[in-house]
Design a protein around this ligand. Sequence first.
Ligand SMILES: C[S@@+](CC[C@H](N)C(=O)[O-])C[C@H]1O[C@@H](n2cnc3c(N)ncnc32)[C@H](O)[C@@H]1O
Length: 297
Amino acid sequence: MLIGSKFTPVNRSTILARDVIPMPDLEFPAVAAFIAETTGIEFKLNKKYLLENRLSPRLKELGCKTYKDYILYLKYDQTKKEFHKLTTAITINETSFLRNPPQLEAFQNIVLPKIIQAAKSRIPNTIKIWSAGCSSGEEPYSLGLLSMEKYPGLSTTKQLQILATDIDDEIIAKASKGHYGQLTLRNLSPHQLNTFFKNNGTQYEINQNIRSLVKFSNLNLSDSARMRLLRDIDVIFFRNVMIYFGTETRKKIISNMYDSLRPGGYLFLGHSESLHGISKAFKLTNLGKSMVYYKEL
Ligand SMILES: C[S@@+](CC[C@H](N)C(=O)[O-])C[C@H]1O[C@@H](n2cnc3c(N)ncnc32)[C@H](O)[C@@H]1O
């Protein structure tokens, strides 16, 4: 796990040397409660060092002497600017293209043909895929890439819409640019790289035809009112996000996602995540080498 600056791992001694503002154990519950209530993300006391490390720069910039002051500032900041900075500071954005290939094979070869077939009898025949917690865009662009690879005509028909949402404004801005270094592209074949990216020297830029399928926006999954606006979704990718939430938040989000999905729709979770103890509404189904949740017709 990354505990230094957002993208650079550092060890504990480096952190201490960097003049971190210590968080008294007594202040920790109020900080953790504010974060859990507003974002769903749960921090246990053993992760206090992580909050200290990530939030100290925020306190310093605002001139807050204590974490209590910082939480008060957040509560009274009507612009919500600091809340967005908080989310950027505390979220973990680790991701990559074609993450967990067996799941994506199931998506490309089983799920996509099924939902395209089902959409034929609908007017409009739009297909909606949602990457919830999309981070820097690798997941939604991978879904666009795999869809185009299987059905090249999708780029011109406007039938496919990929909605990509995250709580972190900074990461959404990065995703929208669609520029990537080699590390995150490691699972792509040379053919996929040549077909779907433009090489700008050190960076690869995702092609416009894939980019035009993906719409990025800020969405806090803890915000049930906004979640209710999402309807008729065919497939939800909600991978490697739920692990950061407490049980009650997981239940609320999964219940909202169930309502957002069409009957016959699919829910993909991260490979270490499950709905055990969260929801019995979905049917767990085996697709190729992957287990996927399904909303029955
Ligand atoms: C580890 S990344 C997962 C990225 C991608 N889904 C994948 O599996 O590669 C987790 C993402 O969830 C986002 N996230 C955390 N809490 C969230 C919330 N309450 N609402 C929306 N997104 C959230 C983070 O900002 C982060 O970008």
